[in-house]
Design a protein around this ligand. Structure first.
Ligand code: GLN
Length: 277
């Protein structure tokens, strides 16, 4: 079988399984198996596919047919120009979360203490440390699996981040920060029933935000007030319908809220500066 034939056959199978970008995914998986750039591989599509690689490609196709996310299958995801290892147990980094990272970076100055709550793969914390190397970054998560994966990602990227197992602020008594970021679980009970098949394979712990999806915003906003320095900032990623509710929480506990949209023009980030001590 040639590379071109393998891509076509793979894409057809994925298409039949309802995979949205079947041809693209088939090419990415085959390129990954061959250790090549997808475009270069396609330009030499008449080459025949070695048996060992054909078997590895087959195994990946079978996983994708089950609608497993590409990032889990490839074992890697790109975020803020960096590479992250991901596997089931942590949420796959999303491009929209880069808006939160970029906004956080606008507020960070050398020497500032930064906290990432619910770090998951470590994408936010590691990216912040890489893009603001003179900041002092702490990342917490309630999941041991997440802490292990995030610490590995910090090492891969050469980022010195402090990781702690913590249920929000539970392990951070007496500590205060200049910038707190969080992409907490924010899917509501109703939305949990209509997720894409790929998202259903991600950990519920990283997705489900209680009945109305707002549990973690309530808790983090309230508790953050005691862990933010004066002039410090709390920044959240939000679901596209949550801007008003989360802004009201920030207004109540932190300060005047601001909101930003994502690449799809949906509200995606809200933040507030703590004006009072
Ligand atoms: N952005 C994710 C989704 O739409 C949700 C991530 C989260 O709950 N923090 O599937």
């Amino acid at each position: 079988m040639t590379i071109l034939e393998a891509i076509r056959a793979g894409a057809e199978r994925l298409e039949a399984a309802g995979v949205p970008n079947a041809d693209y995914d088939a090419r990415e998986m085959l390129a990954h198996v061959l250790g090549e750039d997808a475009l270069m591989m396609r330009m030499q599509g008449m080459r025949s596919l070695p048996v060992a690689q054909a078997a590895a490609y087959e195994a990946m196709l079978a996983r994708r047919e089950q609608r497993e996310p590409m990032q889990y299958i490839l074992g890697e995801a790109a975020f803020m120009g960096l590479g992250f290892h991901v596997e089931p147990g942590v949420l796959c980094p999303r491009p929209d979360t880069e808006i939160l990272c970029e906004e956080a970076l606008r507020h960070i100055r050398p020497g500032m203490r930064v906290l990432d709550i619910g770090t998951g793969s470590g994408a936010l914390a590691v990216s912040i440390k890489k893009h603001a190397p003179e900041s002092d970054v702490t990342a917490v998560d309630i999941s041991d699996t997440a802490i292990a994966i995030a610490a590995d990602n910090a090492q891969r990227n050469g980022a010195a981040v402090r990781f702690l197992k913590s249920d929000c602020f539970s392990a951070l008594e007496g500590e205060s920060f200049d910038v707190i970021v969080s992409n907490p679980p924010y899917i509501s009970a109703e939305e949990m029933c209509s997720l894409m098949p790929e998202v259903c394979m991600e950990p519920e712990l990283a997705l489900f935000g209680g009945e109305d999806g707002l549990d973690f915003y309530r808790r983090i906003s309230r508790e953050a007030a005691g862990h933010l320095k004066k002039g410090g900032v709390l920044l959240f990623e939000i679901g596209w319908k949550q801007k008003d509710a989360v802004s009201a929480l920030l207004e109540e506990h932190i300060g005047a809220p601001h909101a930003l949209r994502d690449y799809g023009k949906n509200w995606r980030v809200v933040y507030a500066v703590k004006e009072k001590d």
